[in-house]
Design a protein around this ligand. Structure first.
Ligand code: NAD
Length: 461
């Protein structure tokens, strides 16, 4: 659905609420059918999706499949395998004071969910939350990013072809469209995007007390300790940083490298970048471009630095920037002010882990943190001292693709989590119900019981 700025979305939300109230989405076989339809449509549109992602971001077919299409198919398969067990009411214990009754927690859908998504993984981040919304039995409206218009259009067509608009609908448009949607009363809002817009979303949701999940961003550190396996570290960091040209919410934003191994590690990093993207990445047809001129100009300011030790080139016509590494950076450099969200990797040097811990703790909670070390003590110290959304020891980014690990931020990097059962839980309200017997009636709770207080104190002491 193309949005018309004068249009308000009240009618759409009313229609989805009516559909929800018909209880069709509460039927498990309806949800399973919807997920299967979604999977088939994605498979049938695989080539078109790859072409759209190529046009919008110059994504290679390999990246498009691994980071957008394949990851979604795996998530649908996982959900289909487990949904029957997730939907079962959970029987929980009942205390002695409630004798005669049984207790259950029912997972019930919220109703109509609004999903607002960003441009960096424009397909994955619009559809992954939708899988959770459908699995939990909700209706949904998706607002994809306007900065990746081909993918947005294809998502709209694909969804329109398989679902009625009063069940699942895609509204295309920019900030004004997003704000017009936020004026409506949804039952849940799932937002993926930047920290400043996250605050706007939460403010809008507060007006109607609508629950939110905020999947935001920030500066994610990556620590390379002196005892790390440097070759593996270099390869996994180069991959996690430069995939999608660094436009990944969980990409290592900056490196903390121990001074004793810094020179050796940076040489290995240079080799790893070359192995992945060749000697001339600007001529590599498979290297992702920067999404817009505005972002390109913002990033270009950082590569012109005299601190550039790897890369540093760009091509304005193609909106491409080489994988770049900046050395001898401190927290006073402007590249350390905000999330970089591009193929530029600043390197800070350190001597002790407590220095690193302090440096990170003085800044907002990261969305991700990566630590390369063979030492259990260092692992314990870092994991125990620093609060972050999620991350890896001896890897980067990979945690995000495990359906067994709920994915989300903490503090300014977000609230709530999804993927796997986490998605089902996010889009479900857990309704607690006590099933009481009528075969007898325990008198303790009633105030007219003789010596009632003494008796109740035997239980509640
Ligand atoms: P963004 O916040 O600018 O936009 C995200 C969505 O919000 C878009 O659909 C956009 O149209 C809408 N929007 C923008 N301004 C708005 C406003 N004022 N009111 C209402 N809606 C508005 O983010 P982006 O530039 O598309 O994405 C990059 C950011 O997203 C980075 O900070 C990145 O870290 C973060 N991100 C986080 C995750 C995660 O899973 N945590 C994933 C991808 C990206």
């Amino acid at each position: 659905m193309k949005s018309n700025l004068t249009e308000n979305f009240r009618q759409l939300v009313v229609e989805q609420k009516n559909f929800f109230r018909s209880n069709k989405t509460k039927d498990i076989s309806f949800r399973i059918e919807a997920l299967k339809k979604l999977k088939t449509a994605i498979k049938n549109n695989e080539k078109l999706l790859m072409a759209a992602l190529k046009t919008d971001l110059n994504k290679s077919e390999f990246d498009a499949y691994t980071t957008e299409i394949g990851i979604i198919i795996a998530e649908i398969n996982f959900t289909l395998r487990h949904l029957q067990s997730w939907v079962k009411p959970e029987k929980v214990k009942t205390p002695l004071t409630h004798i005669g009754s049984t207790s259950y927690i029912y997972s019930e859908p919220y109703g109509v969910a609004l999903i607002i998504s960003p441009w960096n993984y424009p397909f994955q981040l619009a559809i992954a939350p939708l899988i959770g919304a459908i699995a939990a039995g909700n209706c949904a409206v998706i607002k994809p990013s306007e900065l990746t218009p081909k993918t947005s259009e294809l998502v709209a067509t694909l969804i329109d072809d398989i679902f009625p608009v009063d069940y699942i609908s895609v509204v295309e448009g920019d900030v004004e469209t997003s704000q017009a949607l936020l004026n409506e009363k949804f039952d849940y809002i799932f937002f993926t995007g930047s920290v400043p817009v996250g605050k706007i979303i939460m403010e809008a949701a507060a007006k109607t007390l609508t629950p939110v999940t905020l999947e935001l961003g920030g500066k994610s550190p990556c620590i390379v300790h002196e005892d790390a396996n440097l070759k593996i570290a270099a390869k996994r960091i180069a991959w996690g940083k430069y995939v999608n040209a660094g436009q990944t919410c969980v990409a290592p934003d900056y490196l903390y490298v121990h001074h004793a191994i810094k020179a050796e590690f940076l040489e290995l990093l240079k080799q790893a970048i070359e192995e992945l993207y060749g000697k001339e990445p600007l001529h590599n047809p498979n290297f992702t471009r920067i999404v817009s001129e505005r972002h390109f100009n913002r990033l270009r300011c950082f590569v012109k630095s005299d601190k550039t030790i790897i890369g540093g080139g760009w091509d304005e016509a193609k909106l491409m920037i080489e994988p770049t590494v900046l050395a001898d950076i401190t927290w006073n450099d402007s590249v350390m002010d905000d999330e970089i969200f591009g193929p530029i990797l600043p390197v800070l040097e350190y001597s002790t882990i407590s220095e690193v811990v302090e440096g990170i703790q003085n800044h907002p909670n990261p969305l991700a943190l990566y630590l390369f070390t063979e030492s259990d003590t260092v692992q314990r110290e870092v994991l125990n001292s620093i609060s972050f959304g999620g991350g890896c020891v001896n890897d980067t980014v990979y945690h995000l693709s495990s359906p067994y690990l709920p994915f989300g931020g903490v503090g300014t990097s977000g609230m709530g989590a999804y993927h796997g059962k986490g998605s089902f839980d996010t889009f479900s309200h857990r309704k607690s119900v006590l099933m009481q017997t009528t075969r007898f009636d325990i008198p303790f709770r009633y105030p007219n019981l003789k010596n009632g207080l003494e008796k109740i104190k035997l239980f509640l002491k």
